[in-house]
Design a binder for this molecule. Structure first.
Ligand SMILES: Nc1nc2c(ncn2[C@@H]2O[C@H](COP(=O)(O)OP(=O)(O)OP(=O)(O)O)[C@@H](O)[C@H]2O)c(=O)[nH]1
Ligand SMILES: [Mg+2]
Length: 221
């Protein structure tokens, strides 16, 4: 091969490698900056993006680092946990998965101190077969990833959203929560994931969202 052709090919390869290295370093930087890295996982349309937007409205840490929103897809926020201000970061707004297509989840899981798994509370309370099956599939994956990191895996929180779509919600919101907590798939999943707390609520109105956020905060250890 003539020399002038070889040099550009090497240059392109080096640039591609550098790009990969920079991309791979991003989660690590977030991890160093914030000890409380959160991965928000869940099926499509469960409210992952809505929750990140809600969290970005909460006061962000004022430490000279990029502000609460430095991209449409990530957020930093500060929550009062047990009377102490704790900084959190959600490095990525991950796509939902309706099965085993979870390529981006694994990396986020490995970088996370906390995993918040969102699911449709209304459908679990109605014992919807497809939802139950999907939850089993996702819980099995989380369990597998967790077992690969004995003692150092993220804390998992199960967050039921969309409770407002259940017919009992308007009059008896706590009854919907109770149904979800008692559902076999949630009870077993919670135990298998190391005793994960469960919180149930809705992001439909700002009042609902505030209440759900309070529930999340109170279950963070
Ligand atoms: N009624 C109701 N709607 C909700 C709730 N949470 C989210 N939504 C709505 O559901 C739709 C999807 O919400 P997203 O936050 O985009 O869901 P997502 O999990 O990020 O979806 P993907 O990125 O596609 O996986 C939006 O129209 C939200 O307003 C909820 O608790 N109740
Ligand atoms: Mg989304």
């Amino acid at each position: 091969m003539p020399l002038p052709l070889v040099i550009p090919i090497i240059a392109v390869a080096a640039a591609a490698l550098a790009g990969t290295a920079i991309f791979a370093a991003i989660p690590k930087i977030w991890k160093i900056l914030d000890k409380n890295t959160v991965a928000i996982l869940g099926a499509p349309q469960t409210g992952k993006t809505a929750l990140i937007r809600l969290l970005r409205d909460v006061d962000a840490p004022d430490d000279g680092l990029p502000s609460a929103v430095s991209g449409e897809d990530r957020g930093r926020f500060r929550l009062e946990v047990k009377d102490k201000a704790v900084d959190f970061a959600v490095p990525r707004d991950l796509p939902g998965s309706d099965g085993l297509n979870v390529a981006e989840w694994k990396d986020a899981f490995d970088d996370a101190d906390h995993v918040w798994y969102l699911f449709r509370a209304d459908l679990v309370a109605q014992d919807d077969a497809a939802t139950v099956q999907l939850l089993r599939t996702h819980f099995a994956l989380l369990r597998k990833w967790l077992s690969a990191k004995p003692g150092s895996g993220p804390k998992i929180l199960l967050v039921g959203t969309w409770a407002d779509e259940h017919s009992d919600y308007a009059r008896h919101a706590s009854r919907v929560a109770e149904k979800v907590m008692k559902a076999g798939v949630i009870k077993i999943g919670s135990v298998q994931l190391g005793g994960s707390p469960v919180v149930v609520g809705s992001l439909a109105t700002s009042r609902d969202a505030d209440r759900l956020l309070k529930g999340i905060k109170s279950r963070l250890q």
